[in-house]
Design a protein around this ligand. Sequence first.
Ligand SMILES: [Zn+2]
Ligand SMILES: [Zn+2]
Length: 188
Amino acid sequence: MTTCNVCSGTGSLATGRYESCYGCGGRGYGSSIDQACTACGGSGNSTREVRDVCFQCCGGGIVDDPTPPSTARSATRRSPSPAKSATKAPTASSGKTGKASSGRTDPSGTIGTIAVVAAIIAGVAAFSGGQPAAEAVGIALAVLIATNIVLFVAYHLLRIAFFALLAVAAGNILGFDWARELVRTLLG
Ligand SMILES: [Zn+2]
Ligand SMILES: [Zn+2]
């Protein structure tokens, strides 16, 4: 905490305006209109200046130290900014987890990337190998589609194989004959 440099710690700021004279209520004259108010000399103003609440310290006269921006002490006064970051943090993490889970369940993104890379390599290889540009693009497109299909099928075959292995393992544990037979033939 340091003293506010805008108001010098007073918490208020001069406005240049004055409160109305208590003697005449700000009119500047007394009982008669041609008789100047004796309290204010006819100005209508009292000697009390109107003061605004300091815009920087909100009247407290002290402000947070600017050097450490995120200390525990500043949390009370700067409640909006930690709240903002707190609301931001879950959305960022949830977005991350959402992406991760979707990547785990849906491999099309990875397959697509691999296919595009393979297509580019094939296209460039065809073009530098003396093929005309149109032909090279055609080859690249063919590779793109073929890679997509092959990877997609391979992925699902792997999944099927994985679940088949699980089923065999479970069958072995549960003592199914077919599962024991399968393992015996596979292991020789
Ligand atoms: Zn101030
Ligand atoms: Zn007056």
